[in-house]
Design a protein around this ligand. Structure first.
Ligand code: ADP
Ligand code: MG
Length: 641
C-alpha cells in the first residue's frame, strides 16, 4: 500500500464511521496504531482476494471510514484529496454487495445496478479499470465505461449485452439514457466521483438530470476533493441523510513527496528545466503550465531539446489524450506537459517528478498537481518555478501542504559539464564492453595506417561525430540579455548593413527571420529568443542585421532539423519569426540578402574540412546538399520549415 496512505493515520474505529466523522490526520504518525484491515470490514471473500491480488494491505483512512457506511446502505459524502483511494472506497462495498446478492440469486443479474459518473474519459476509464480489477474473482460481472468522443457502436453493444457497472461521463450517459440504450430502472447505487471537478467542467445540470432519472430508492455516494457550495447543494438535494466523511489535511503530499522551489525568471524557465532534468534522475515527469497553448509550446521545446514530451490539454481530442497518458504510463514518453484540468486525477505510478513550470492559480491546484507524484508508495519530487514577483505565494503553499518548500539551486555549469563528460566516458566503457567493435577496430586500424594519424586523434574525431553536432559542454545560461545586447549591437555595423565587404565566420550561414524594425525588434531580443529556443550558446550567434520587415542573423550553418523547427516556431514580441536559411534574392537589389550567399558558398570548401559540428555530412561536397541530411540542407529544404 502506498506510504501516503499508511502515513495517514487515523483514530477512527470502523464502527464509528457510519456517523458524521472527521478523520484528522495527526502530525506524528501513530505507528499503525489503529490497524483496520480489509478483513475486518465484512467484505465478500472474492473481493478480498482481488484486493490482495492488487497488493492492497490495508484500507486507507477514507476507505476505512466509508466502506462500512456504504455496506450499511447509507448515502455517503466522502471528502478527501486526490490519491487517497476514493475509487476503492466506493467500488469495494458495491462489488461486495453484488457478489453476495449474486450468490443469493444463483448468479448475477444482467441489469445495470451501479452507475458511476466521472468528469473525464480518462477518469472514467481509470475507475472502470479499478472496478474490473476488484471484480477479478467475481464470475459474470461486466464493467462498462461509456464516454464522449468515441463511437457509439461498441458502447451500444456493451450495454445491450448487459453491464452491472456502468462508468461514464455525464454527457454520454445522458445520450444513452435519451437513446434508450441505458436502462437505469434497476439501479441501486449511484456514485458521483470527483464531484467538484464535474461541477467545474460545467456538468452540474447534466448530473442533476441523470440523478432525477434514476429510481428513488437507491444509494448515492458523492466523492470529491473539495466541497464548494454547489456540491453541498446537490448533496442536500439528492442524498438521503448521508454520512459525511472527510479526511482532512495533507494526504497527497505525504512526506514521500519532497517539495522544492527554484526562483527563476520567465525566459530562463526552459533552460532551468532542461538542466534539472539532465542532472537529476527521474522516471515519469509531469510539467504544469497555465494555458493550453503553453502545453503545446513547452512540449515542442522539450522535444526539440531531445526529450520525449507530449502535451495534453482540454482542446486535444480525448482519444489522443488517452493515448498520450498511455504513452507516459508505458514509458514511450517521459514528460507530459499539462494544464490543471487535463491532468486532474491522473494516476500514473511512474510519475516521479511534478514540475510547476507556471505557478498554479491557487493552493488547491498546487495540492492536486503534486498529488500526481508519490503514487503507490513511491517517493516523489515536486519542483515549483517561481518568479520573484510570485514569491509571496510560497507561504500559502506551505500552509496548504503543511510542509516546507525548500529552495533549490540550479545545477551549475561546472556540475553539468562534469556530469556530461562522465556520461560520455560511460558510453565509451559501455560500448567497449557491450558491443562488437571489431569491424570498426579494423576500419580504424586501416585509417591509422593509411593516413598516418594517431589513434587518439581518430578517436577524438569520432567523438565529435558521436556528439552529433551538439557541443558537449554548456556555457553560462545562454540568455544574458545585457552582455549579449552589447555584443550583438557591436557586431551589427560590421555585418549586413554595409554591402558585400564583410564575410561570415567560417561554418556559419545567414538566416532570415520575419521580424524587423517594423516589429520593433532589438538585437538583444533576437539573441535571447534564438539562444533560448534553438538551444544555442550566445557565442554561436554572430552578426545581426535588422531591416525594415525582416532581419538577417548569422548562425551555425548546420543547425539540426529540430533546432530549425524550434526556431521556425519561435516568437519575438508575439510574432512568429519563421527562421529559415536565407535564400537570397536576386543580387540585383544591391542590399538584397543575396549578398550573403557569396561568402557562404565560398566558405563551403573550407567547411568540408571542418569537423566542429558534425561528421559525415559535412564532408560531402556541397553539390550534394539538395540530397542529404545534416549540412546538406538546401535552401529549398529550409523553406519547408
Ligand atoms: P483518489 O480517487 O482519491 O484520487 P485513487 O482511487 O485514484 O485515489 O487511488 C490512488 C492510488 O492508490 C491508486 O493507485 C490506487 O490503486 C491506490 N490505492 C487505493 N487504495 C489503496 C489501498 N488500500 N492500498 C494500497 N493502494 C491503494
Ligand atoms: Mg478519484
Amino acid at each position: 500500500m502506498p506510504e501516503n496512505l499508511t502515513e495517514q493515520t487515523t483514530t477512527i474505529p470502523a464502527a464509528e464511521a457510519s456517523t458524521a466523522t472527521d478523520v484528522e490526520s495527526t502530525a506524528t504518525p501513530v505507528d499503525d496504531g489503529v490497524d483496520i484491515r480489509f478483513t475486518d470490514l465484512n467484505l465478500d471473500g472474492r473481493v478480498l482476494a482481488a484486493l490482495s491480488d492488487v497488493g492492497y494491505e490495508k484500507p486507507s483512512p477514507i476507505q476505512a471510514a466509508t466502506i462500512p457506511a456504504l455496506l450499511d446502505g447509507r448515502d455517503v459524502v466522502g471528502l478527501a484529496q486526490t490519491g487517497t483511494g476514493k475509487t476503492a472506497a466506493f467500488a469495494i462495498p458495491a462489488l461486495s454487495k453484488m457478489a453476495e446478492l449474486a450468490d443469493v440469486n444463483g448468479g448475477p443479474s444482467k441489469n445495470t445496478q451501479v452507475l458511476v459518473l466521472a468528469p473525464t474519459r480518462e477518469l472514467a476509464l481509470q475507475v472502470a479499470e479499478a472496478f474490473t480489477s476488484y471484480a477479478k474473482h467475481m464470475d459474470g460481472f461486466t464493467v462498462l465505461p461509456v464516454y464522449g468522443g468515441s463511437p457509439y457502436g461498441p458502447q451500444l453493444n456493451g450495454l445491450r449485452r448487459g453491464a452491472q457497472v456502468v462508468v461514464g461521463t455525464p454527457g454520454r450517459v445522458i445520450d444513452h439514457i435519451t437513446k434508450g440504450s441505458l436502462d437505469l430502472s434497476n439501479l441501486e447505487y449511484v456514485v458521483l466521483d470527483e464531484a467538484d471537478e464535474m461541477l467545474r467542467m460545467g456538468f452540474a445540470e447534466d448530473v442533476e438530470q441523470i440523478l432525477s432519472s434514476t429510481p428513488d430508492e437507491k444509494q448515492v455516494a458523492l466523492f470529491s476533493a473539495t466541497m464548494p457550495p454547489a456540491i453541498r447543494r446537490i448533496a442536500k438535494k439528492y442524498l438521503n441523510d448521508p454520512a459525511e466523511i472527510s479526511v482532512k489535511g495533507k494526504t497527497t503530499t505525504g512526506t514521500n513527496t519532497r517539495q522544492r522551489y527554484l526562483q527563476v525568471m520567465g525566459p530562463h524557465k526552459l533552460d532551468a528545466l532542461t538542466r534539472i532534468l539532465e542532472v537529476e534522475d527521474y522516471d515519469g515527469i509531469i510539467a504544469f503550465v497555465r494555458t493550453k497553448m503553453a502545453t503545446e509550446d513547452l512540449a515542442d521545446k522539450l522535444r526539440s531539446r531531445g526529450f520525449s514530451a507530449a502535451a495534453i490539454n482540454g482542446d486535444i481530442p480525448q482519444q489522443q489524450r488517452e493515448r498520450t497518458v498511455e504513452a507516459l504510463r508505458d514509458g514511450t514518453i517521459d514528460i507530459l506537459v499539462a494544464t490543471d484540468v487535463a491532468a486532474r486525477g491522473l494516476d500514473v505510478d511512474r510519475i516521479s517528478l511534478v514540475v510547476n513550470y507556471d505557478i498554479p492559480h491557487d493552493t488547491e491546484s498546487y495540492v492536486h498537481r503534486i498529488g500526481r507524484t508519490g503514487r503507490a508508495g513511491r517517493s516523489g519530487d515536486a519542483i515549483l518555478f517561481i518568479t520573484p514577483r510570485e514569491k509571496y505565494l510560497l507561504r500559502s503553499i506551505e500552509k496548504a501542504t503543511r510542509q516546507p518548500v525548500e529552495q533549490m539551486q540550479l545545477p551549475s555549469p561546472a556540475k553539468l559539464n562534469e556530469l556530461r563528460l562522465g556520461k560520455f566516458a560511460d558510453r565509451i566503457t559501455q560500448t567497449l564492453s557491450g558491443e562488437d567493435v571489431s569491424l570498426f577496430r579494423d576500419l580504424i586500424a586501416n585509417y591509422e595506417q593509411e593516413h598516418n594519424v594517431p589513434a587518439n586523434e581518430i578517436a577524438a574525431a569520432l567523438a565529435v561525430m558521436a556528439q552529433g553536432g551538439q557541443p558537449i559542454l554548456v556555457q553560462d545560461i545562454p540568455v544574458a540579455p545585457a552582455g549579449q545586447r552589447e555584443r550583438a549591437e557591436g557586431r551589427k555595423d560590421g555585418f549586413g548593413s554595409r554591402g558585400p565587404t564583410r564575410t561570415l565566420t567560417e561554418g556559419n550561414a545567414t538566416y532570415r527571420i520575419a521580424v524587423g524594425r517594423r516589429q520593433r525588434v532589438m538585437p538583444g531580443s533576437i539573441v535571447g529568443a534564438i539562444a533560448n529556443e534553438g538551444g544555442l550558446s550566445s557565442a554561436q550567434i554572430g552578426g545581426i542585421d535588422i531591416r525594415a520587415d525582416h532581419s538577417l542573423v548569422e548562425l551555425p550553418a548546420d543547425l539540426s532539423k529540430d533546432q530549425l523547427r524550434a526556431l521556425s516556431r519561435t516568437r519575438i514580441g508575439g510574432e512568429l519569426i519563421h527562421l529559415e536559411l536565407d535564400k537570397g534574392r536576386k543580387p540585383a537589389g544591391g542590399r538584397g540578402a543575396g549578398e550573403f550567399k557569396k561568402p557562404y558558398r565560398k566558405d563551403n570548401p573550407k567547411r568540408d574540412g571542418d569537423t566542429r559540428f558534425s561528421g559525415d555530412a559535412s564532408r560531402k561536397p556541397r553539390q550534394n546538399k539538395g540530397a542529404g541530411a545534416g549540412n546538406g540542407r538546401s535552401s529549398a529544404q529550409s523553406e519547408q520549415y
